[in-house]
Design a protein around this ligand. Sequence first.
Ligand code: GDP
Ligand code: IMO
Ligand code: MG
Length: 425
Amino acid sequence: MAVDVLLGLQWGDEGKGKIVDVLSAGYDLIARFQGGPNAGHTLEFDGKKFVLNTIPSGIFFENTMNLIGNGVVIDPITLKKELEKLKAAGHDLLTKKNLLIAKKAHLILPTHQLLDAANEKKMGDGKIGSTLKGIGPTYMDKTGRNGLRIGDITLPDFKERYQKLVDKHVSMLQALYGEVADFSEREAAFFEALDLLRQFPLVDSEHLVNNYIKQGKKVLAEGAQGAMLDIDFGSYPFVTSSNTTAAGACTGLGIAPQQIGEVIGIFKAYCTRVGGGPFPTELENETGEELRQTGHEFGATTGRPRRTGWIDLPALKYAIMLNGVTQLVMTKADVLSGFDKIYACTHYNYLGEKIDYMPYDICSVSPEPILKEIDGWNEDITGITELSEIPAKLQSYIDYLEAELGVPVKYLSVGPDRKQTLVMH
Ligand code: GDP
Ligand code: IMO
Ligand code: MG
């Protein structure tokens, strides 16, 4: 099978960027399949740190091509900034010729961001906690059959198409919210950014990906967000607007399900969530604060403090089922070093009943986590390179998780750097 899929199993920020970078050398093509600049994927190597929002995490390897797939929504302004930062750091993707953009990927307009902000403002306390990048309104225009696509930017009447959609957004903003903020500066930046994007190969990516497959080349589909933010299966409505689960790789790249080989699911040794919505194992206390500080749990995209809590096994099992996960990656095990006791949520107490699945009405009836106490380990593990150096108590935590989840932990991440990764099996 030619295509492996790598995706988050929790509420995002599991360390996808780091692990894609680690695995990239073994693939010919890395393809992002959904989401947009709501994502922030962090990579660290040689003392340098990069945060990618739209660009796939395989760009640092000489022989790996990268594709922004049709399922992604692109904000040209953010993408231009990403490209400029990379260029300043010595990675000019135009000259490296290692980035392709799908013609069918949808465009985020400045007015999509105004709509996102206005929707959130209107919701008050019940807001989603969106990243305000315009993700929801852009996917709404996509499914509403109004959207503009990357391929459109080369058409002679692009400006008219753009204006037609903007006029619609402006009348919506006026009618629904009674105000339209000035977006002239962003509009100018948007068109300037398009000039840069036109210099990249804009491709019929479904053909390209399938040609890679036909030639026996290896493709890794890179997910954004996490299973619990999936538009269908996440904690709706506190979700993002795309399918973050494995099926999203098929629609987001144009590949058939039988082409999918390994499904690599990433989870943190604990849990975080940024934005609103249910989080059964959340620790709103000193322990939660300790996890946040030790784990540097602040959003890579927005800088917001991430909510923190213990690992949630019913949620993880659900994510593994939905995605057909064949290999697990556990990240941030090092953050738990020094905790005398750690905890895993095995079940929920839901209206007085002990259950081991996520209930439909998780947003209105908060299930109480039922926790199992586990011995912590004291050793600093950030420097370990051999399996024999894994503390016995960490190994028993991993053994316990493998037994509960029924899938092997193939990689263990013990720090943010590319090198701080152990192959377990
Ligand atoms: P992504 O969105 O899934 O790519 O994850 P983010 O980049 O948003 O957040 C993960 C954060 O944890 C980043 O700051 C990474 O550099 C960092 N990170 C990744 N793996 C590890 C790890 O094993 N240990 C520690 N301490 N940090 C990690
Ligand atoms: P990566 O790829 C964590 C969250 C937002 C909000 C909800 C909806 O870095 O893991 P949106 O802007 O999509 O309308 O926001 O989803 N969210 C993320 N949380 N990591 C992400 O991406 C996220 N992308 C969106 O905080 O709760
Ligand atoms: Mg992130």
